[in-house]
Design a protein around this ligand. Structure first.
Ligand SMILES: [Zn+2]
Length: 320
């Protein structure tokens, strides 16, 4: 799959000589978590030169269900020193099913300085058999003392050709044009390429396009009909819907600012329409509203109330 270079780089480390701390660095969507899972599978694998991907330990590691595999998420940068101490206590417990324990820590570069110092103690004197896989965007967020204790790997974006073959394998059955477009716009970020491919024909995306088209064309009836349709969305889809609205508004702002389009051709019409109809300040206001609504949807706000707020916020910008 992607990041053959990483595979080659870690190949010389047998599970016994694997570094006790590895940093997987790269932009979001570049396959850092996938790489961490593969490394964990390789460490737990029952075969000599794993990961074989087929044995029980491999399957458990890949599914994040291995009892000696731990996942800590600091993507939001809110992890506390107490949580690092909890991780530390966990690291000193003996493994259950294997002879090692693997800790994946996402957002390692967003840890506060006190958190990194608490982690440093563990990296300096790691309990036997414990491996840390730190995931982050770049090494700048890590303290030099932490950096010096880890073996770092930069995950490189895919070439357009590699992104194309990755998409064809990961999501078969789409049109050539859809693959080519997603690969070209992804910037080589595997996660983004997948998202582009999937978003293009998602129902929430289509609804978001209808909603914003009606708004830009000042067709009040179509606008309220589209918003009303949102009531059929589950709360999970509602989050996607607000995300879609925000992405389309952001594309409109990008066009107004003279930037290069980032969305597929089929969605540029709505971006152009938004750029023609609204000012940067208006689109920015809409965008802020979509972000606020997405957060509320995430916190399980009621669907009707959220759509009511959506209609009110949009009306202020478009009809006042
Ligand atoms: Zn295996």
């Amino acid at each position: 799959m992607e990041n053959q270079a990483l595979k080659r780089a870690v190949a010389p480390f047998s599970p016994d000589r694997f570094p006790h701390a590895v940093a997987l660095l790269g932009p979001a969507g570049s396959g850092r978590l996938a790489a961490a899972r593969l490394l964990a599978a390789g460490l737990f694998c029952a075969e000599a030169d794993g990961p074989c991907m087929g044995c029980v330990p491999c399957k458990k590691a890949l599914a994040f269900s291995h009892p000696d595999l731990f996942f800590f998420d600091n993507s939001d940068g809110k992890m506390t020193v107490d949580q690092i101490r909890a991780l530390r206590r966990e690291a000193f417990i003996r493994p259950g099913e294997s002879d090692r324990r693997v800790f994946i820590l996402r957002g390692a570069d967003k840890l506060t300085v006190p958190c990194q110092n608490a982690l440093l103690k563990l990296l300096e004197e790691p309990p036997p058999g414990v491996v840390f896989l730190l995931i982050g965007e770049n090494a700048n967020g890590l303290l030099p003392t932490v950096r010096s204790r880890v073996v770092s790997f930069e995950l490189q974006p895919l070439s357009e050709g590699a992104a194309l073959s990755f998409l064809r394998t990961a999501r078969p059955g789409k049109s050539d044009a859809a693959y080519a477009e997603a690969a070209a716009l992804s910037g080589g970020i595997a996660g983004r390429a997948l998202e582009m491919l999937e978003r293009a024909d998602s129902p929430t995306r289509a609804l978001a396009v209808r909603c914003l088209t009606a708004l830009a064309e000042q067709s009040e009836l179509s606008f309220f009909t589209a918003v009303h349709e949102g009531e059929t969305l589950s709360s999970g889809s509602l989050t996607l819907f607000f995300d879609d609205l925000r992405a389309l508004a952001a594309e409109g702002m990008l066009l107004l600012a003279g930037g290069r389009p980032t969305l597929p051709e089929g969605e540029r019409d709505i971006a152009r329409l938004l750029a023609k109809r609204f000012t940067l300040a208006e689109l920015s206001r809409l965008s802020s509203a979509f972000i606020m609504l997405r957060e509320r949807a995430d916190a399980h706000g009621g669907v009707a109330a959220l759509l009511g707020t959506l209609a009110a916020e949009c009306a202020v910008v478009a009809y006042c």
